[in-house]
Write a protein of this length. Structure first.
Length: 187
C-alpha cells in the first residue's frame, strides 16, 4: 500500500480486484483547510477502459507488484499472441487486448517485457519508439524546407509523414504512442 501522493506514471494499481495502469498522476494543492487532491488517469488492463479518479493525498492504494520477464514474440492468430521465454523455451498465449495497440510494430523475434501477476500475464511493456525502414516515399523537392513533410511507407506497412530529406532505405525512429516520425537513425 502506498499513499496516493506517491503514485507515479507507469505503476500498476489494484483497485477493487481490478488492475489499472497509471497513465498520469497530478497533485493539486487547495487553499485553506481543504487538503490537496491527487488526480490519477488510469487504464484498465483487461478492457483498456480509460478512467479518471480523485484521491486524497494520504489515501492508501494497493500497488500491484508484478514479476517482469523478457519474452520473445513468435506470431499471432485469431486466438491471440504467442510469446516464448528465451531461457526455458516455454510458450504462452497472450490475450489480444494486451498487444493489440502495439500490433503494427510487432516483428517476429522481437523481445518485450511481460509482467505477470500470480503467474498470469497482466501487462506488456511497450518501448517508447521503434526503428523502421522507409520502403517507399516521394523524392524531395529541393526548394522546400525540412519543415514540409511528405508521406512515406515503412517496412511494417504503416504510412506516416516524414521530412523532405528522408529517402527510401533510410531507417527512422517512430513513436509508438503517437505513430509519428521522431528522427533519422544510422544503421
Amino acid at each position: 500500500m502506498i499513499p496516493a501522493s506517491e503514485v507515479k506514471s507507469g505503476m500498476i494499481l489494484q483497485i477493487e480486484k481490478t488492475l489499472y495502469k497509471v497513465l498520469s498522476s497530478e497533485y493539486h494543492m487547495s487553499g485553506g483547510k481543504m487538503g490537496g487532491v491527487v488526480h490519477i488517469k488510469l487504464k484498465e488492463l483487461r478492457t483498456s477502459l480509460l478512467l479518471e479518479r480523485k484521491f486524497r493525498p494520504e489515501e492508501k492504494l494497493n500497488h500491484a507488484e508484478l514479476e517482469r520477464k523478457t519474452m520473445e514474440f513468435l506470431y499471432r492468430d485469431t486466438e491471440g499472441y504467442y510469446m516464448m521465454d528465451p531461457d526455458t523455451y516455454e510458450q504462452i498465449q497472450l490475450e489480444r487486448h494486451l498487444l493489440e495497440a502495439f500490433r503494427p510494430f510487432l516483428q517476429p523475434n522481437m523481445k518485450l517485457p511481460v509482467e505477470f501477476l500470480d503467474g498470469e500475464a497482466a501487462n506488456v511493456v511497450f518501448p517508447d519508439w521503434v526503428i523502421l525502414e522507409v520502403t517507399s516515399t516521394l523524392s524531395s523537392i529541393s526548394s522546400l524546407t525540412d519543415e514540409v513533410y511528405k508521406p512515406a511507407t515503412l517496412s511494417n506497412g504503416m504510412q506516416i509523414q516524414v521530412p523532405q530529406f528522408i529517402r527510401v532505405g533510410d531507417f527512422i525512429k517512430v513513436s509508438v504512442t503517437t505513430k509519428k516520425y521522431i528522427e533519422r537513425v544510422k544503421r
